[in-house]
Design a protein around this ligand. Structure first.
Ligand code: SF4
Length: 469
């Protein structure tokens, strides 16, 4: 077993040990799945939308180089500055330099899995900046000093009581936060975060889509925090994965309908903001001032995925989280057991290309039931891709026991001879199958039954002889 596989197994075992938390997590995740199903069922053209999204994404990925160029040219024509970052580290450096040039000390950041992927918060904090996550779920995990457990609902593994205790601890002495009311929790967070929104010198966001036709980026959200994050500071930095490109503005009609329903079961998210160039701000004293918009286009392994014939379709992902919510492994993993920012089926497909050896074991964390493929709004064949990842993985090379079994299957007479002898020795038979074969075949948790005293062929011959046939 590789080190990565051993770590994965240990993390999963740790998660499973906390039965109560796993049951609550499973329940919450499953309820999002129910909302998605209901929302999809209400849409009269759901399957047609899925097919359209699949075709648009396939086209965009086939022409990604030219659409990226078009996007950058249009974005710059609209007044933005576009940077290309080959790695997460490069993106972090660009953002830190921009913040330093701004002489910023406080940065407000809205929800962005792309910046989580880069470890941007930690990098900026090491560079002397204070970073405040403004999405409520992200703020909760930031205060807990842990990673998001879900790509849409980052704090879904935490209970209301835990969050109330956290807020009471972090939002100042004497702060009483009621756990029995979501409204009270939200109000406490709002009171604590509002001054930070107003004082931040830089606002950082991700983007759900980057439209080549307009050079604009699109952010969807429910809390309005992204909008506020970019409304007060003079500098807005957006870190955007290169796969977020869609060719035309009209394509958004397809993706916005799919994303909201698949992520949260809503018809549309509360706020959808299209940033086509920097925003303008009316200042009572200084008149209309332009804000600055810098867009960092991030590769960080995506072009490697694009070059993989079987896996390039995974770049069509719109990060709705639907495949996580139906995955029987994810639902019992508390999210963190995957050990990186994108858990669940999509993360396991992307991990080997984006994380190397550390991500190669994740394809094993699947039952291959196909529920993820069925749920995916953009038609990514996730379970097929997981099978392909397993085949590719050095860690999952065919175990010796399976290769021996295959060799025997090609020599039926030898197989019959050996198995007949084994049947006559029940103790060895039991030991071989129960204790040795399952681990050697790479399925140590399975119980492989010992050989029966009589083979099917022998039973059949006996039966036909008895019936005189
Ligand atoms: S792979 Fe499909 S279902 Fe999973 S997060 Fe991406 S778009 Fe959603």
């Amino acid at each position: 077993m590789t080190e990565a596989a051993a770590l994965l197994r240990a993390r999963l075992a740790r998660a499973l040990a906390d039965r109560e938390r796993v049951a609550a997590f499973d329940h919450r995740v499953w309820s999002i799945r129910d909302k998605r199903l209901a929302a999809a069922a209400r849409h009269p053209h759901w399957e047609a939308l899925r097919r359209a999204a699949q075709a648009i994404k396939a086209h965009a990925l086939d022409h990604l180089d030219s659409y990226l160029e078009q996007f950058a040219a249009r974005a710059e024509a609209a007044g933005a500055v576009v940077h290309f970052a080959a790695t997460g580290a490069a993106a972090n450096r660009i953002v830190l330099e921009l913040c330093r040039a701004e002489r910023a000390s406080l940065v407000a950041k809205s929800k962005s899995m792309t910046t989580e992927e880069c470890g941007l918060n930690e990098f900026l904090e090491a560079g002397g900046l204070e970073v405040v996550d403004t999405d409520l779920g992200e703020r909760i995990v930031q205060l807990f000093r842990e990673a998001p457990s879900h790509i849409v609902a980052p704090a879904i593994h935490r209970s209301r009581g835990e969050i109330a205790a956290l807020f009471a601890r972090c939002f100042g002495p004497g702060q009483e936060v009621r756990a029995d009311s979501i409204g009270a929790l939200v109000e406490a967070a709002r009171r604590a975060m509002r001054p930070q929104f107003l004082a931040a010198e830089v606002g950082i966001t991700g983007a759900n889509f980057a439209v080549a036709e307009t050079g604009g980026i699109v952010v969807v959200e429910n809390e309005g925090n992204s909008l506020l994050t970019t409304s007060v500071p003079s500098l807005h930095i957006a870190v955007v994965g290169i796969e977020k490109i869609v060719p035309r503005l009209a394509d958004l009609g397809v993706f916005l309908a799919l994303l909201a329903r698949s992520a949260t079961g809503q018809r549309i998210t509360s706020y959808t903001t299209h940033y086509a160039g920097p925003q303008r701000r009316e200042d009572a004293e200084r008149g209309i001032r332009e804000r600055r918009l810098h867009i960092v286009l991030l590769d960080n392994g995506r072009s490697r995925v694009l070059g993989e014939r079987h896996h390039r379709r995974a770049l069509a992902c719109i990060r709705c989280g639907a495949c996580l919510n139906v995955c029987p492994v994810y639902r019992r993993s508390l999210g963190h057991a995957y050990g990186w920012v994108y858990p669940g089926p999509i993360g396991s497909v992307l991990a080997p290309a984006m994380r190397g050896a550390a991500g190669s074991a994740l394809a094993q964390a699947s039952t291959l039931c196909g529920a993820c493929t069925e749920a995916c709004p953009v038609g990514i064949d996730l379970h097929e891709q997981l099978i392909a990842r397993r085949t590719e993985s050095r860690a999952a090379r065919t175990p010796l026991a399976v290769r021996l079994a295959a060799a025997l299957a090609r020599r039926p007479r030898l197989a019959r001879f050996l198995l007949k002898r084994l049947r006559r020795r029940p103790a060895l038979n039991r030991r071989l199958f129960r204790a040795w074969l399952a681990p050697a075949a790479g399925v140590p948790t399975r119980l492989i039954p010992a050989l029966p005293r009589e083979s099917f062929a022998e039973w059949w011959q006996r039966r036909t002889r008895r019936n005189g046939r």
